[in-house]
Design a protein. Structure first.
Length: 98
């Protein structure tokens, strides 16, 4: 094996450090940019005009939670206290047997 000089070792360590830290810093910068875009005044103007809804449409999980909570025969899990529809054998929250 060839002997490496101190400068070559330092350069290789620098390249390795950039390769490890660079993607993380780029991702965090991209995330901050997306947060900046999200908090833009344009969004507020579009909501005020009625182009965008202020509240997003409910997801399937929201609909399921509403249906479970309003169902007359709903059972509460003794482990996680989540309500489940009647007839189910496992809790949809923690997976324990009811």
């Amino acid at each position: 094996m060839a002997e490496l000089s101190t400068a070559e070792i330092a350069f290789r360590l620098f390249v390795a450090g950039v390769a490890m830290v660079g993607p993380t810093l780029l991702f965090l910068g991209f995330w901050r940019f997306l947060m900046w875009l999200r908090d833009d005044r344009l969004i507020d103007v579009m909501v005020a005009r009625g182009v965008l809804d202020e509240q997003p449409a409910p997801s399937a999980a929201d609909v399921l939670a509403t249906a479970t909570a309003s169902h007359p025969g709903a059972r509460r899990c003794p482990f996680c206290e989540k309500q489940n529809l009647p007839g189910v054998r496992q809790c949809r929250g923690c997976g324990e047997r009811l």
